[in-house]
Design a protein around this ligand. Structure first.
Ligand SMILES: *Cc1c(COP(=O)(O)O)cnc(C)c1O
Length: 226
């Protein structure tokens, strides 16, 4: 079933790309395996998935230990400073940097680990209460500058979660604002190639608005049971 789901998603990505004049090779499909066991991850690897996303530090740590580093690991969840050390060990990319305090802790742990940690800045592009991420453009610029000046951090782009609404216009607006923000940072000299946006319900819109990484859980692994 996981294999069929992945094939279906790949077809949908291809369709979305051809509709928006993009190349499939520009888009990384991240399989979000949170709440699913390592056996599901192995099934996805068999079906050709190379990138996995997790949103809880301890779960991330144990799955990385279980599966190993033959795949690319993305940390996509809200990260508390006291859990940074569990994530920096094996994360290829941390998508959820939303404060100078968090960036400073990642810098510290990355230095200890002797690595340069790739990060994205998480931006709040909707006005729902529960969302993490930065909302003010000046704070985003300030954080980008801070990250740029850290020897063990590499800023790679921006991430957002669209609002959970049915109105496609509102979702598109959210993705578009992330793309415009990247254009602004780019023109100020930041090297920010990546836009991590789009989930099971909205990745087609995200691709149309320029996503380079989409994070898909439910449509690959099924409904999560909490
Ligand atoms: C869970 C999660 C996803 C995947 O969501 P689905 O709707 O299951 O595809 C993507 N991004 C983040 C940050 C998540 O926490």
């Amino acid at each position: 079933m996981i294999r069929d789901n992945i094939q279906h998603i790949r077809n949908e990505i291809a369709k979305a790309c051809s509709q928006s004049g993009r190349n499939e090779s520009e888009i990384t499909l991240i399989a979000v395996s949170k709440n699913f066991p390592s056996s599901s991850i192995r099934e996805a690897i068999e079906a050709g998935i190379t990138d996995f996303g997790e949103n809880k530090a301890r779960e991330f740590e144990s799955k990385c230990a279980d599966i190993g580093d033959s795949v690319t690991w993305h940390f996509i969840g809200h990260l508390q400073t006291n859990k940074v050390k569990y994530v920096v060990k094996t994360a290829d990319l941390i998508h959820s940097v939303d404060s100078v305090k968090l960036a400073a802790e990642i810098q510290k742990q990355a230095e200890k680990a002797g690595k340069v940690q790739n990060v994205l800045i998480e931006v709040k592009t909707s006005f729902e209460e529960s969302k993490h991420g930065l909302a003010e453009e000046e704070n985003i610029a300030g954080l980008a500058e801070f990250v740029k000046n850290q020897p063990n951090l590499a800023l790679r782009g921006l991430m957002t979660i669209a609002p959970f609404v049915d109105d496609e216009k509102i979702i598109r607006e959210s993705f578009r604002s992330l793309r415009l923000l990247r254009e602004n940072l780019s023109s100020e000299g930041y090297d920010v190639p990546h836009l991590s946006m789009g989930m099971s319900g909205d990745f087609r819109i995200a691709i149309d608005e320029g996503a380079t990484m989409i994070r898909v859980g439910t449509s690959i692994f099924g409904e999560r049971v909490y």
